[in-house]
Design a protein around this ligand. Structure first.
Ligand code: ASP
Length: 310
């Protein structure tokens, strides 16, 4: 079933359900100290943009399944891209060293370009302001774990919905949920892009824009906070115009239902008051940990021929 992981719309509802079941199973395996199913396999991680969680959780996932990792962080400074090498040539080389390649790049579409020439699986670990499919998968896994369902939910997506690839991919994956409603809370100028709104409409996902975070918090099962993507703004002035507008604090917890949750793909800057962290509804650190289990499930599906998902 899985050849590459490039964008959310490659997945069916059944794929997502199976990956969620597999990720839950991977949690048990990880808690038992991992296993050896990917022994002898090598994962290459190439990051042309900063990352803490995505790179390290992929590496941790590979090692927990008995595989090994070769890595290039700061690839935009240290890889041959600096000398003018194309992504196609880089992939043709790296695939002779590794059995799968994880790529993060500031330019949308680069992992897909790599996949067109690749003989090994390519995993998109974030391409510019476009997509972050493995984040979306770990987000729905977290929603399933925390709420016990991914259907019949109201999700508030808050912050930079224009440049944020995490909320874009989450909105796209939620088109596979039944009876899902989205509340879009974004400062003027960084609202969700029309391509995502069209996809929501064509899948019958109900959505509305909201300016009041308190109102959204009162209604939502999931409040998904995001960072304003400073690095994607054309200039400092347009970034300053939207930063700091939505900050989740104790006043929002007060109106939230006891069984609702707060998520954030992290890193946070000032979007969530650290005083919120100790509330049981603050699920963002559990969400980050779930990234290892979902990435174990993905590596198993991509690299283990006896996987039920292969
Ligand atoms: N870590 C996420 C990403 O790479 C979210 C963020 O950077 O704000 O898209």
């Amino acid at each position: 079933m899985l050849r590459h992981v490039l964008r959310v719309d490659q997945f069916t509802r059944t794929d997502v359900e199976r990956l969620i079941v597999s990720a839950a199973h991977m949690r048990t395996i990880a808690e038992r100290g991992g296993d050896d199913r990917l022994r002898g396999r090598i994962l290459a991680t190439m990051f042309f943009e900063p990352s803490t969680r995505t790179r390290m959780s992929f590496e941790s996932a590979m090692i927990r399944l008995g595989g090994r990792v070769i890595t290039m962080e700061n690839a935009s400074e240290t890889s041959s891209a600096v000398k003018g090498e194309t992504i196609e040539d880089t992939v043709r080389i790296v695939e002779t060293y590794a059995d799968a390649i994880v790529i993060r790049h500031p330019v949308a579409g680069i992992p897909e370009r790599g996949a067109q020439v690749a003989a090994v699986p390519i995993i998109n670990a974030g391409d510019g302001a476009h997509e972050h499919p493995t984040q979306a998968l770990l987000d729905v896994f977290t929603i399933q774990q925390e709420l016990g369902r991914i259907d019949d939910i109201t999700v508030a997506l808050v912050g930079d919905l224009r440049y944020g690839r995490a909320p874009r991919s989450l909105a796209m994956i939620l088109t596979l949920a039944r009876n899902c409603r989205l509340i879009l809370v974004a400062p003027p100028g960084v609202e969700m892009s029309p391509d995502v709104l069209d996809a929501l409409a064509s899948h019958g996902v109900e959505y509305r824009a909201e300016i009041d975070l308190v109102a959204a918090a009162r209604e939502a099962d999931v409040v998904y906070m995001t960072r304003v993507q400073k690095e994607r703004f054309p200039d400092e002035r347009s970034y300053l115009a939207v930063r700091g507008q939505y900050q989740f604090g104790e006043q929002h917890l007060e109106v939230m239902r006891p069984q609702s949750i707060v998520l954030h793909p992290l890193p946070r800057v000032d979007e969530i008051d650290p005083a919120v962290d100790s509330d049981p509804r603050a699920a963002y650190f559990r969400q980050a940990r779930n990234g290892v289990f979902m990435r174990m499930a993905l590596l198993d599906a991509l690299l283990n021929s006896s996987s039920t998902l292969a």
